[in-house]
Design a protein around this ligand. Structure first.
Ligand SMILES: Cc1cc2nc3c(=O)[nH]c(=O)nc-3n(C[C@H](O)[C@H](O)[C@H](O)COP(=O)(O)O)c2cc1C
Length: 463
């Protein structure tokens, strides 16, 4: 059931993936994936387009396949907080969101680093708190002490509550306002924090005052029922993966609204921004051609061999990607998505049979099967068509906006800002100027959860 919001605006973020093969890096129009100039170009374009946020994913380990690094993936991006701190200095309004996991960090350290970014940027920081789903990454942290799903979320909840308590350690009026004051901060400005829980022991006098937006905005990305409840209890924004099919996005949003009510929060207290891709062109024929170009850039012959090789459980690099799928059945390798498998939960032999049937029915090559069976992500159309569609999504309550992953770097946002933003503005569905200086303000969020007056969900007390 849709939730009408006739005057709602579309919010945009730009999503820079941590590790991926969907950014077309092999095209001549593609620039460096790591030069500062690339990030400068992207964030300046996004700020010109009045985006809410520049958002970085996190990948702490290069993906491998059967012991070989997956060198077709984009990887090797700089640490998010380092990158965003540099970008804070050349921007004035756009939010700066870092994905940082709660499994391998410690709250005393991470809360301080994020608060630093928030203060230096004038209240523009966001934290995408993820649990990170793989033991493979875990081998390099906690002395290999990976946690299972339930414990990861238990730790994540304790982590966020502890981080908030650290951020709340300074009162809003903690800093002396006159140069004649006897000391830099007011009396009792800093509350000592001492707490023990199953995952953390902290004994801290928080080192940093509050920022212009109180503390960093909390994003969450994790789709399991536990992950959704974790968001309903803690998050300001959900970065979802439901950004392609309207009904699916609406079902997800209604589920989150119900979980918010159950958690004692208003059901519009979380903004939902799915990751998505947008392909724009001037007419139907050009849209189709451009979509094909993007897909072919994302699925080069080598990438297709590598992805199909995961299903077959062996190296297929000696095959011709424009030839048929392997004739023999897969011998499933004992790897999960945490070890680089890309289709978790499906029986590879069954999948291979389905793919062969598809290839036969449509006369498809191995590469074409890889393209055909990967989920199409996002929107494609003329700027007017896409503007209508995005406006519908937001005004019927399926999302609050979109976290756009440009398929080409650094120029992929240019046409979105030049063509799509004006179309949305014409529909009254997009801001025409920034009306706030903070990320919390751009997103139209209420006060941080722990700062609400009566009737608030008191999340500061527990563990
Ligand atoms: C849209 C989306 C984006 C994510 N981005 C990252 C990321 O950049 N880095 C990361 O370590 N995990 C990322 N995750 C994974 C989460 O850390 C989480 O561990 C995983 O989804 C398992 O939680 P779940 O079972 O609740 O889905 C992402 C998850 C989603 C749904």
């Amino acid at each position: 059931m849709s939730v009408p919001r006739p005057n709602a605006h579309v919010h945009f973020g730009v999503f820079f993936q941590g590790v991926n093969h969907t950014t077309v890096w092999s095209d001549p129009a593609s620039g460096s994936q790591i030069d500062f100039e690339t990030f400068r170009h992207m964030i300046s374009t996004a700020e010109k387009g009045l985006f809410d946020a520049f958002f970085l994913g996190e990948g702490l380990r290069l993906r491998e396949q059967q012991g070989k690094i997956l060198d077709l993936d984009i990887a090797g991006r700089p640490d998010a907080i380092a990158q965003l701190s540099a970008l804070a200095g050349i921007t004035s309004h756009i939010g700066l969101v870092a994905t940082q996991n709660t499994t391998y960090n410690e709250p005393g350290d991470l809360a301080r680093r994020l608060a630093g970014l928030d203060i230096l940027s004038g209240g523009r920081a966001g934290w995408n708190a993820v649990t990170t789903d793989n033991a493979w990454t875990g081998e390099n942290f906690r002395r290999g002490g990976f946690l299972d799903h339930e414990l990861r979320y238990e730790r994540a909840g304790q982590f966020i509550r502890t981080a908030r308590a650290i951020w709340d350690g300074w009162s809003d009026d903690a800093l002396a306002t006159s140069s004649g004051a006897a000391s830099w901060s007011t009396d009792d400005a800093v509350q000592h924090l001492s707490r023990s829980s199953s995952q953390f022991d902290v004994d801290i006098d928080s080192t940093l005052p509050r920022s212009a937006q109180g503390h960093p905005v909390i994003f969450q990305a994790g789709d399991s029922p536990t992950g959704r409840d974790f968001a309903a209890a803690n998050a300001d924004v959900i970065f979802s993966r439901h950004g392609t099919h309207f009904e699916e996005a609406l079902t997800f949003a209604n589920d989150i609204r119900a979980r918010l009510r159950a958690a004692g929060r208003p059901d519009d207290d979380i903004k939902i921004l799915p990751g998505t891709q947008i392909v724009l062109a001037e007419n139907a024929a050009e849209v189709e051609e451009k979509e094909r170009w993007v897909r072919e850039g994302q699925f080069t012959g080598q990438t297709a061999l590598s992805l199909v090789g995961l299903v077959w459980g062996r190296d297929l690099s000696d095959l011709d990607p424009d030839g048929p799928l392997p004739a023999d059945d897969p011998v499933p390798a004992p790897i999960s998505v945490t070890r680089g498998a890309f289709r978790d939960g499906k029986d590879p032999i069954q999948l291979a049979r389905e793919w062969r049937a598809l290839a036969e029915a449509k006369n498809l090559s191995l590469r074409e099967v890889a393209i055909e069976t990967s989920q199409r992500s996002g929107f494609a159309g003329t700027p007017g068509q896409v503007a209508d569609e995005l406006t519908k999504w937001v005004r019927e309550g399926a999302t609050d906006g979109f976290n756009i992953s440009p398929y080409i770097v650094p120029g992929g946002l240019d046409e979105i800002v030049e063509w799509l933003v004006p179309e949305l503005q014409e529909r009254g569905a997009y801001r025409t100027e920034y009306t706030s200086d903070t990320l919390r303000g751009h997103l139209g969020l209420r006060e941080p959860l722990t700062r609400r007056k009566s009737g608030e969900t008191d999340i500061s007390a527990a563990g």
